[in-house]
Design a protein around this ligand. Structure first.
Ligand code: F6P
Length: 344
């Protein structure tokens, strides 16, 4: 069989490890893996590259994706579904392994249900918010980067008696924020799943000062809302507003929170937005292992005809679940938030 492998949506540490694992497993079983470039665009526009042993070598520690990625959605192009059908009719590939996030899994489900595309999904995102799997690869690396940043910020915050607000990614889920807060020993965390008033964080910071701790590290997830004790609450999204000169306001929730905390406490406050640093570079060992497990499982599922599924990790076991079960956003485990709070 000729099996197309694609990466879609944002890049994520471990993508190349999945490509390597799925590709090498397929080669070993006597099949022909082929790379579809820039997500489903590669399938629709016959943009392929061979994935032979040489192409699949040296990929394990490599960040990004050798197949490039895009958010191309065939259903947002008039000729998209027809192009996918034509590719299948021509026999460009016999099946597809689609590595992507929630949106890609949704596209993949529709292509399977409506066009009978023989496909298996692999859950990818640093956000760890895909329903049906306990873990997505890339998450461990993002948390590692964020925790290391928090470690580094401790010494500079302490030296200047400052409050440091660290804004982390995660879209509408607080997995990176709460996990990095625990790993980095942060003094407060704000996540999208729970509204935490600015006054509560300010009280924690003041309490630390009363105990002789003149610095604090507060982690905020980019999707958290800015909330106040009187019930006011606002979703702050970077790049959505323009300032008085017409420039895009680059600061997101981190900048807004830092300004409010400085006003509320009187302590000098700075903001650090970690941004895409959390997504770039080499995956951690844990992500390499999970990516390898997912890649091999996806190849096995395709070869077994276990189609229309997504590979998943559930209670330590690698399994497959129907793509139709992958709906919505997986919010954080609240026990992690309670754990983080023990140390605030
Ligand atoms: O979903 C992964 C992610 O990195 C989110 O954490 C973040 O909100 C988003 O992608 C950023 O997307 P972009 O790279 O398009 O700015």
């Amino acid at each position: 069989m000729r099996i197309g492998i694609l990466t879609a949506g944002g890049d994520c540490p471990g993508l190349n490890a999945v490509i390597r694992a799925a590709g090498r497993k397929l080669l070993r079983e006597g099949h022909e893996p082929v790379g579809l470039l820039r997500g489903y665009r590669g399938l629709a526009h016959q943009d392929h590259r061979p994935l032979d042993h040489a192409a699949l070598s040296g990929l394990l520690p490599l960040g990004g994706t050798i197949l490039s990625t895009s958010s191309y959605d065939p259903y947002r192009h008039d000729d998209g579904p027809a192009r996918i059908e034509a590719a299948m009719a021509r026999g460009d590939v016999d099946a597809v392994i689609a590595i992507g996030g929630e949106h890609t899994m949704d596209i993949t489900r529709r292509l399977h249900e409506r066009l009978a595309l023989p496909v298996v999904g692999v859950p990818k995102t640093i956000d760890n918010d895909i329903v049906g799997t306990d873990r997505t690869f890339g998450f461990d690396t993002a948390v590692h980067v964020a925790a290391e940043a928090i470690d580094r910020l401790h010494s500079t915050a302490q030296s200047h008696d400052r409050v440091m607000v660290v804004e982390v990614m995660g879209r509408n889920a607080g997995w990176i924020a709460v996990t990095a807060a625990i790993a980095g020993g942060a003094d407060g965390v704000l996540v999208p799943e729970v509204e935490t008033p600015v006054e509560e964080i300010a009280a924690t910071i003041r309490g630390r000062h009363d105990r002789g701790k003149d610095f604090s590290i507060i982690v905020v997830s980019e999707g958290a809302r800015l909330c106040f004790a009187d019930g006011r609450s606002e979703k702050i999204v970077a790049n959505e507003e323009t300032d008085e000169y017409g420039y895009e306001r680059l600061g997101g929730i981190g900048a807004a929170l830092a300004a409010e905390l400085e006003r509320e406490t009187g302590y000098e406050t700075r903001v650090v937005v970690l941004g895409h640093i959390q997504r770039g570079g080499t995956p951690t060992a844990n992500d390499r292992v999970l990516a390898t497990q997912y890649g091999v499982a996806a190849a096995e599922a395709v070869l077994a005809g276990d189609l229309g599924k997504m590979v998943a990790l559930q209670r330590g076991e690698i399994t497959t679940i129907p793509l139709s079960d992958v709906v919505g956003v997986k919010g954080i485990d609240m026990r992690l938030l309670e754990l983080a709070k023990v140390f605030f």
